[in-house]
Ligand binder design. Structure first.
Ligand SMILES: [Zn+2]
Length: 274
């Protein structure tokens, strides 16, 4: 397989909380949920530390245990990662969390797992099928009812920072709840809430994974559809897509055209041609 990745933090003076790693048989992409300034999370290590360890543990599990279900591999990785910081309060409602995509190639199949709002795009051998986007939008559905006061004020203002903190803390009550949304934290049961599936390897020509900081060009800004975004990635590389996102963000730095939690977000793209 041919793999290309690009990732960039929202700000160069802050750690990148997106994470990508790959082996010859697997690719994982995670997007850590940031803790807004002034908000506690019960973990002294921080989101980037958590995401890196969860991602490495997940890649190891998926690669080293090819017969173990991806959900079990993610549950194992969550448990292993939690055991790395028992001194932290892992029951805190704001404990670090992450979205997860894992893809594993077996001899016959492409297996996938998608938890929370990162996006996996499958490209099929049949060109008339078009790209198929797989994402878990439960967080957006829950958030739609809670984000009104945040979206009503300009991004970058103290009022927006206050509203963002309130939004994040309100969302915590719905995190990893049966009628809420699911993300990877310290609780392995979240792994079993992921979307999973398998397609014959012969039916796909490749796949692309994007964190929501990168997919926003399509799913929030509506400046391209998936066919156009994949062509940009194929012709100019995944970093070109992130550049397009940054250009759009800079044209609307106050979030008036596209209301959003952060003017810029960490962005990650991994694209694989089989
Ligand atoms: Zn910790």
């Amino acid at each position: 397989m041919h793999l290309e990745i690009a990732t960039e933090p929202a700000r160069l003076d802050r750690p990148n909380e997106d994470f990508i790693a790959a082996s010859p048989s697997a690719v994982v992409l995670l997007d850590g949920a940031g803790t807004p300034p002034g908000s506690d999370c019960g973990c002294a290590h921080g989101v980037a530390w958590f995401v890196t360890r969860l991602g490495v543990n997940l890649l190891a599990s998926v690669t080293n245990q090819p017969d173990r279900a991806l959900t079990d591999c993610l549950a194992d990785a969550i448990t292993t990662t939690a055991a790395l910081h028992p001194e932290c309060d892992l029951t805190h409602p704001g404990t670090p969390s992450a979205t997860v995509i894992a893809v594993r190639l077996t001899g016959q199949d492409l297996e996938y797992l998608v938890l929370a709002d990162s996006t996996l795009i499958l490209e099929h051998t049949d060109p008339t099928a078009g790209p198929v986007a797989i994402t878990d939008d439960r967080e957006a559905q829950v958030g739609a009812a809670l984000r009104g006061s945040m979206d009503a004020v300009p991004t970058g203002t103290p009022a927006h920072a206050d509203a963002l903190r309130g939004y994040v803390e309100a969302m915590r009550a719905h995190r990893n709840q049966q009628d809420g949304f699911w993300v990877a934290t310290a609780d392995p049961s979240a792994a079993y809430a992921a979307l999973t599936g398998s397609v014959p390897r012969a039916d796909v020509t490749g796949f692309t994974m994007l964190s929501d900081g990168a997919s926003r060009l399509v799913d929030r800004f509506h400046l391209a559809d998936w066919t156009e975004a994949l062509k940009l990635i194929r012709d100019h590389g995944p970093a070109a897509l992130i550049r397009e996102v940054r250009t759009a963000e800079l044209s609307d730095i106050n979030g008036q055209r596209w209301p959003r939690g952060k003017a810029h977000d960490d962005a990650a793209v991994a694209t694989v041609t089989l």
